[in-house]
Design a protein around this ligand. Structure first.
Ligand SMILES: *Cc1c(COP(=O)(O)O)cnc(C)c1O
Length: 387
């Protein structure tokens, strides 16, 4: 198998996370909503503990955590749930062109219902311009949704500054923190965040579990549920809680936070090692801000090669992605790289390296050597074809 460098798409479950989960499939299989017997109590206690761990991780309270199937569902619940609950106050939302499709698509859906959405552009480094955000507020704006860390270029948006502007304008602030949880410090109070989407599988937890943080005080956020049923999660998201996944999610975040200082440094050294090896090749460009980005993210555009051929050539060496995995079925260049102002060729011929917990320095050297050989060979073929 090639070296795995696609940690923004998903990560393996850490064995310590799996160990924590396993008893909840078999021995402690109860339904956490079954409060008439010990099987239910056991499961309920585990969910309660997990909820506390996750709330602590973002400086929230346990009652503000709503479990979902992942960040896609959390984004849908936040955006459509707020729109539905606040439409009598206003029908305007603000988001950013470089958001994940799980934010952009709910916004487009709301437009089809008559809402208006402003899609803020980004600067060439991928950061939003706060003056432009300030100018985008309208009296009928009900929600601002800006992601914490970008899934393609790793760029970290200035959450605290955005939160402050939203608070000044009395507009709710949602952030998709799928890539940010346990990678950078998050504090919903210091950053004035009202809703935050989380997922487990980007931080060595299982797939199919996530959460939405929903502020309960100053202000108390109203949310229209998108899944109706048994009234779980204080009515905001019905459905039997998936105890093993919830336990694994909390364990993954707990481990991630405990190891964050050392791990951020280690992963960044790996990322810098890879980039230092690739840069001398020439005609390779870093996408996104050089320092205001996730430690494990390297996204580059390569001049003079075909994007598809580049990806194919690298396939035996490293598992990486081009643009975003979610849009790899489409043949359009990445909407994120296009928003940075990259030409179609440079947007097509891009590589996203997502470096994580289980990668080593030796792997960086192997991948760099493989990438250099592939790019050089492709460029030589291109030159021959020209003459
Ligand atoms: C992965 C990802 C999502 C989707 O999360 P799921 O849990 O897979 O639904 C949403 N937003 C961002 C920024 C992501 O990276």
């Amino acid at each position: 198998m090639p070296i795995y460098l696609d940690c923004h798409a998903t990560t393996p479950v850490d064995p310590r996370v799996l160990d924590a989960m396993l008893p909840y499939f078999t021995e402690h299989f109860g339904n956490p909503a079954s409060l008439t017997h010990a099987y239910g109590w056991e499961a309920e206690a585990a969910v309660k503990l997990a909820r506390e761990t996750l709330a602590d991780a973002i400086k929230a309270t346990p009652e503000e955590i709503v479990f979902t199937s992942g960040a896609t569902e959390a984004n849908n619940l936040a955006i459509k749930g707020v729109a539905e609950a606040y439409f009598s106050r206003g029908r305007h939302l603000i988001t950013v062109q470089t958001e994940h499709s799980a934010v952009l698509d709910p916004c487009r859906y709301l437009q089809s219902l008559g809402f208006e959405v402003t899609y803020l552009p980004v600067q060439p480094d991928g950061l939003i311009d706060l003056d432009q955000l300030e100018k985008a507020f309208r009296p009928d704006t009900i929600l601002v949704s800006v992601m914490a860390a970008n899934n393609e270029i790793g760029v970290l948006q200035p959450l605290a500054a955005i939160g402050e502007l939203c608070r000044q304008h009395s507009v709710l602030f949602h952030t998709d923190a799928a890539q940010a949880i346990a990678k950078i410090p998050l504090d919903v109070n210091a950053m004035n965040i009202d809703l935050m989407s989380l997922t487990a599988h980007k931080v060595y937890g299982p797939k199919g579990i996530g959460a939405l943080y929903v502020r309960r005080r100053n202000p108390r956020v109203q949310l229209a549920p998108q899944l109706h049923g048994g009234g779980h999660e204080r009515g905001m998201r019905s459905g039997t809680l998936y105890t093993p996944q919830i336990v694994g999610f909390a364990k993954a975040v707990e481990l991630g936070l405990a190891e964050m200082p050392q791990e951020t440094e280690r992963v960044q050294r790996l990322r810098d090692r890879l980039w230092s090896a690739l840069e001398p090749l020439g005609g390779v460009y870093l996408n996104g801000h050089a320092t205001q980005r996730l430690a494990g993210n390297l996204n580059i555009s390569v001049e003079g090669v075909d994007g598809q051929a580049l990806l194919l050539g690298l396939q035996p060496i490293a598992a990486v992605s081009s643009g975003s995995a979610c849009s790899s079925a489409k043949t359009e260049p990445s909407h994120v790289l296009t928003a940075l102002g990259r030409s179609p060729q440079l947007a097509y011929a891009s590589l996203r390296f997502g470096i994580g917990r289980f990668n080593t320095a030796e792997e960086m050297d192997q991948v760099a050597a493989g990438a250099i050989a592939t790019i050089t060979a492709l460029r030589n073929t291109n030159t021959q074809n020209l003459y």
